[in-house]
Each structure stands twice: as C-alpha cells, then as structure tokens.
Design a protein around this ligand. Structure first.
Ligand SMILES: Cc1cc2nc3c(=O)[nH]c(=O)nc-3n(C[C@H](O)[C@H](O)[C@H](O)COP(=O)(O)O)c2cc1C
Length: 202
C-alpha cells in the first residue's frame, strides 16, 4: 500500500502516495471533458507510468442512497482506487452552473477516500459565464475532506475543440492542461515531504 497519511505540525493530513488518477465524470458518449481528461492522463502518464484512469461511462455506479449503495462492488473498487491515488484530476461537465450530478454522486459514494488529496479540475462548459461552477464541489472537497484544490483550473468551451471531430485543439487549453498536471504533481510532491505529526488520525 503506497498511502501513508501525513501532516505538518498540527496542520492537516495529506497523502504520501504518488499514483496520479484522472476521473472522467461525463456520461456523454461525445464528451469534451473526457478529451481534456485523456490529455491530462497522457501527460501524467509520461512522468508516472502507474497513473490510473477512470471513465464513469464505463463504470456501473449506483446512485448514492446513504446506505446499501456503499456495498456495491464498483463503489468498493473506486473507493480503493481513490484512497491510493494522489493527485486526482476530476474532469467534469458544467451542468446548471455546477459539476454534473455524476461527479457529485461519485464523491457522495466514495466520501472519506478523498481525505487529504490534491485535487485539480478540468471543466468543459457551453459558455464562458459558468467559470466558477465547480466551486461548490471544490468547497465540499476542501471542507469535508481537507483536500487541497489546485488553484489552476482548466475551463474549456466549444471553441477549444475542433468542430467536426470533437478533438481537443492543441493550443492554449492543451497547454493549460499540462500546466495543471505539473501543478498537481508539484503540490503532491511538496506535501509528501511534510513530516507526519505524531498524533494524527486519518
Ligand atoms: C443539462 C445541461 C446543463 C448545462 N448547463 C450548463 C451551464 O450551466 N453552463 C454552461 O456553460 N454550460 C452548460 N451546459 C453545456 C455543457 O457544459 C457542455 O455541453 C459541455 O461540453 C458538457 O461537458 P461534456 O461534453 O464533457 O459532457 C449544460 C449542458 C447540459 C446537458
């Protein structure tokens, strides 16, 4: 097991593992955030061959009911994957000025596995105006699970993708995705050097 909770002198608890994970949360077969996610994953994979990839379109996840759903085999698998990962990039579609419900459902289902993670966001949206939409999910991760949110989001609209093929246009948004990967890895690495405080309980 690569994870070891750590903490500064009474500050907080971060993970010592360096197994980056990208979770693509759109359920749309033509998802654009999935293209951002793939680019992020390929970037991370160059430095960490053990980087992991999850596409929620391929996972049979129940809706969180606060009870029996926690015992679903997919929930156990994802919970363990998240527990062992750091940093985690969440690729989300913006729906109704928020992350989509599938992203929130994933976090409801996997809860404490997120404790102390470095988390970055890759967002696909219809327009420029919703650029603060992931803040409620980011707040929840910060306040519920003491996640460290990378203060560099990727926010892409239709203009950042080729019209016909729905391919990510190489250019500013691809570069920004690479910067997010670098920032997330850098934060993870920096936190891994923080010494655990003696009485820390995860
Ligand atoms: C139900 C729904 C709600 C949406 N709400 C917003 C919104 O509030 N703001 C916005 O900029 N785009 C909104 N969009 C557009 C999506 O963000 C856009 O299609 C994006 O590409 C979705 O990500 P995906 O391609 O990865 O699924 C909405 C789309 C749907 C289907």
């Amino acid at each position: 097991m690569c994870c070891r909770p750590s903490a500064g002198t009474g500050v907080t608890a971060y993970n010592r593992c360096m197994k980056p994970l990208v979770i693509s949360c759109s359920l749309n077969p033509q998802s654009r955030s999935a293209l951002l996610a793939k680019h992020g994953f390929n970037t991370l994979k160059q430095q960490h061959s053990d980087a992991e990839w999850v596409d929620l379109r391929e996972v049979d996840l129940p809706m969180c009911d606060g009870g029996p759903a926690y015992s679903h085999p997919s929930v156990s698998l994802l919970t363990e994957l998240i527990r062992q990962a750091d940093p985690i990039l969440l690729a989300v579609p913006v729906y109704n000025y928020d992350a989509n419900a599938a992203a929130k459902n994933l976090i409801e289902l996997t809860g404490r596995a997120w404790t102390g993670k470095v988390v970055g966001f890759l967002c696909a949206a219809g327009g420029q105006g919703s650029y603060m939409s992931v803040m409620s999910l980011a707040n929840s991760l910060m306040l519920d699970f003491r996640c460290l949110i990378v203060p560099r989001f990727v926010y892409a609209t239709g203009d950042h993708f080729q019209k016909d093929e729905d391919q990510l246009v190489a250019g500013p948004i691809a570069h920004r995705t690479e910067e997010l990967c670098e920032a997330a890895l850098g934060l993870s690495q920096a936190l891994s050097r923080v010494e655990p405080s003696p009485g820390f309980v995860r």
